[in-house]
Design a protein around this ligand. Structure first.
Ligand code: SF4
Length: 223
């Protein structure tokens, strides 16, 4: 089985709770969503057999915190993903999955080989898409078997009632999971600052731990 991979590179994690950790990134080609704020460029890919990809990962010799399987949406190629995760897991690497949190059937297929799940909650007022509440619920139930944290993009258009729904879902399904509020990097920071403070307060009221983490790789200019 061959997988479509856009790029393999090493860098530091620029988002979420593991920001600053050195990782090997494996970017999967293709996504099932089309968020209006998406800035991921997936113009091309190379095809790999699982052992070819594993050998390429092994060429990175430094000390790394983990391997970030990212995209696009890696779970769109869940059979291939499972094969490469099995290989890295067997070789004592930490597998870190970056996902949009919607493809829960596929997650079930690979969860045994993942150590950390960094999942999104997609708020319709931020993405311009329909809601994914039911998919996020099922996804979070499965992800909670592992270490999981949740990210959501906050933009000018983000509605407080949708964030409240997300907070209640987290409290109900993934109690204790931390929510990262990630400001949309293309928008006015001053305006978003006040909104983020309001949303942190909302999270406190709903008894969910939330923190604001910007996309650091864009601020400091690394890949
Ligand atoms: S889920 Fe991620 S990669 Fe896919 S469209 Fe949305 S932001 Fe882009």
């Amino acid at each position: 089985m061959r997988g479509m991979i856009s790029e393999v590179f090493d860098s530091i994690q620029g988002e979420g709770l593991y920001m600053g950790e050195k990782q090997i990134f494996v970017r999967f080609y293709g996504c099932n969503l089309k968020c209006k704020f998406c800035d991921t460029k997936l113009n091309s890919f190379m095809e790999y057999e699982p052992d070819e990809l594993f050998n390429e990962i092994m060429m990175y010799r430094d000390k790394y915190h983990s391997i970030s399987f990212t995209g696009g949406e890696p779970l769109l190629q869940s059979h291939f993903l499972k094969e490469i995760l099995e290989l890295t897991h067997k070789n004592d690497h930490i597998n870190y999955l970056e996902t949009n949190g919607t493809l829960y059937h596929e997650l079930k297929n690979v969860i045994d080989y993942i150590h950390i799940v960094a999942m999104d909650i997609k708020l319709p007022s931020s993405t311009g898409l329909d809601n994914f509440w039911e998919s996020h619920r099922h996804f979070m139930e499965i992800a909670s078997r592992r270490e999981v944290f949740i990210k959501t993009i906050i933009s000018r258009s983000t509605q407080a009632d949708e964030l409240r729904t997300a907070l209640r879902l987290i409290r109900e399904v993934a109690k204790g999971a931390i929510l990262v509020l990630q400001p949309d990097s293309s928008e006015d920071k001053v305006y978003l600052h006040d909104k983020l403070e309001t949303f942190r307060e909302l999270a406190r009221k709903e008894r969910v731990t939330a923190c604001v983490v910007e996309q650091m790789h864009k601020v400091i200019g690394v890949k």
